[in-house]
Design a protein around this ligand. Structure first.
Ligand code: AMP
Length: 403
């Protein structure tokens, strides 16, 4: 991975760069296409600017939403044109088609320093199918391929894994990708100790393999939110109506945890106390309970004050922190204090010199609700891609650049 080429290894003068970005940004759903979070665009701008300042030509490929292989106005990337033009301070050209004569003509007319944005690549079903002929058609659009789409680099889609095959030596990653790779490296065993991983959220199945891998590499694993209840249940605790998913898989994991506990290596901690509710709503009746004895008819929706203190102490003492997944149903104000307290502790640790990496849409949303997003060392632009990387797998999109 050390010798992966970046845009800095190329001079783009008179060359056309085919840049795969991830402009799949959240927009408000009233069809005015107001961008709610432009992190992904902002992090890719330096890559585009580098090519422009070299006097190269830029052809941008991106997806947006899930149009399922056919044109749909609500998934058009047109709304990005004026936004990108504002940020780059140059006019942006647009192509309705991603392959074929019309787009090839537009590219042949492109001058050095100009940018052409292609329409949503997912309007072609061949993209998600990883179609090789489609990838070949795309490869004709540029001289050098650049992957700056971390958020989708765990997918074997045509523009991610097939297109680079046609570029042999002339392919590289952009600055956004480089930043993501370096941040993950800091966590995966190369960071300053103590290294703490904090996992919350609800999708337990997507995070089990991560725990297995990280347990060997880090000092503390803190598990909270909906993630914790299956573990408690597996240990014989009573979790009432709390979220319990993939219980069978967790038995195997429980064994691993026990093994590590015996070896006294990585320390895994769960919440001690939780705020329980009599229904899944913000206005539910609540009380405090031990996480091991939640009565029937009640469910844990946030971590309690003892757990907050315990987790915050560990975070305060850590030099490297990774966080993915909220500690409770933070969308309900009455169950948000665990998530916000943890976010605050991570900000404080960062201010005291720790390296912090936060990924996953909900954790980043929680940071933004408190205006903490600029106080974290690195926000990951890809929740799923970050989780896949944490399983110690080289993402298909990165592999395609190296091989
Ligand atoms: P994930 O996509 O796996 O990171 O899950 C994020 C979701 O987990 C958020 O919408 C939270 O509301 C939800 N969540 C966190 N803690 C709990 C909990 N104790 N019970 C139910 N849902 C939870």
């Amino acid at each position: 991975m050390e010798n992966i080429k970046t845009v800095n290894d190329f001079n783009f003068k008179n060359k056309t760069a085919l840049v795969r970005v991830d402009f799949n940004v959240p927009v408000n759903n009233n069809q005015s296409f107001q961008i709610l979070d432009d992190t992904r665009i902002m992090y890719s701008l330096p890559t585009i600017q580098k090519i422009i300042s070299d006097f190269g030509k830029v052809v941008i490929i991106s997806h947006f939403g899930r149009p399922k292989g056919k044109y749909s106005k609500i998934y058009s990337l047109r709304f990005i044109i004026s936004y990108l033009s504002d940020k780059l301070k140059i006019p942006i050209k647009f192509s309705e088609s991603c392959i074929g004569q019309s787009v090839e003509k537009k590219i042949s007319e492109l001058k050095n320093g100009e940018v052409l944005l292609l329409e949503n690549i997912r309007f072609y079903k061949e993209e998600e199918n990883g179609n090789e002929n489609f990838a070949f058609q795309l490869s004709k659009l540029g001289d050098i391929y650049v992957n700056d789409a971390f958020g989708v680099s765990h997918r074997s889609h045509a523009s991610i894994t097939m297109v680079p095959k046609f570029f042999v030596e002339k392919k590289c990653i952009g600055f956004l990708m480089k930043k993501e790779i370096q941040s993950l490296k800091k966590v995966l065993g190369k960071g300053k100790n103590p290294i703490t991983i904090l996992l919350g959220g609800a999708k337990i199945s997507s995070k089990i393999a991560i725990i297995e891998n990280l347990i060997k590499l880090v000092d503390y694993v803190l598990i909270g939110g909906g993630m914790s209840y299956p573990f408690i249940k597996a240990q014989g605790g009573k979790v009432g109506e709390s979220l319990v998913d993939e219980y069978k898989d967790l038995k195997m994991l429980q064994k691993i945890i026990e093994q590590y506990k015996k070896q006294n290596k990585t320390k895994i901690f769960f919440p001690k106390d939780v705020i329980i509710a009599d229904s899944f709503k913000d206005s539910a009746k609540t009380k405090m309970a031990s996480i091991h004895s939640i009565p029937n008819g009640w469910m844990g929706l946030d971590i309690g004050p003892k757990s907050i203190n315990h987790f915050c102490e560990i975070i305060n003492s850590s030099r490297t922190i990774l966080w993915n997944g909220p500690l409770g149903v933070f969308e309900f104000p009455n169950f948000s204090s665990g998530t916000f307290s943890i976010a605050k502790a991570i900000v404080k640790a960062t201010q005291n010199g720790a390296f912090s990496l936060v990924g996953g849409g909900d954790s980043i949303a929680a940071l933004k609700m408190r205006k903490y997003e600029t106080k974290i060392s690195c926000l990951s632009t890809g929740g799923g891609a970050m989780l896949e990387s944490l399983k110690n797998k080289i993402l298909p999109g990165i592999k395609a650049i190296i091989s």
